[in-house]
Write a protein that binds this ligand. Sequence first.
Ligand SMILES: Nc1ncnc2c1ncn2[C@@H]1O[C@H](COP(=O)(O)OP(=O)(O)OP(=O)(O)O)[C@@H](O)[C@H]1O
Ligand SMILES: [Mg+2]
Length: 151
Amino acid sequence: MIIKSLEKLNLLAHRIGEKTSNTDCIFLSGEIGVGKTTFTRNLIHFLQKREKIKLTDVLSPTFNLLYEYKINNLKIMHYDLYRLKTVKEVKDLGIFNDLEKNIKIIEWPELIKNNIKNKIELKFAHSINEDERNLEIIGHGKWENFKINEL
Ligand SMILES: Nc1ncnc2c1ncn2[C@@H]1O[C@H](COP(=O)(O)OP(=O)(O)OP(=O)(O)O)[C@@H](O)[C@H]1O
Ligand SMILES: [Mg+2]
């Protein structure tokens, strides 16, 4: 599908955010600057507004690897694995070790080998128009039949 603008990206984040619950996993792929962090910020702000808690900064975890957000009963783990080079490094992070239920949003997930049940993959690509993006959505588990008809 085509994401025409930042506003449409925000709507996409709302559509996904309203269906997101603990144990979900969101994989975000695509080149640098394609909008993975912007999508995540929109999604987290959507949930913070819905849960009536104060909006926080949502920064890129490129250097920290992980930022966490507690939104009432939801816990969001926002990862950026860009700097990691091997499957072992990713495994050692223990992203899927915690039995604790949380939402994992992962930028640069290509080195992840686990099979996660409720996973939605968003594959972004740049377009010739600067503010437009192409997006492929692949759902697994509860997301398998997830469809966005129109934004
Ligand atoms: N339709 C759009 N969707 C997403 N981002 C857009 C769109 N139009 C413009 N942008 C801009 O593109 C940039 C996306 O940057 P962002 O940091 O979200 O990318 P990223 O995929 O997280 O990059 P990185 O791989 O470096 O983490 C932002 O400056 C955003 O405002
Ligand atoms: Mg990013």
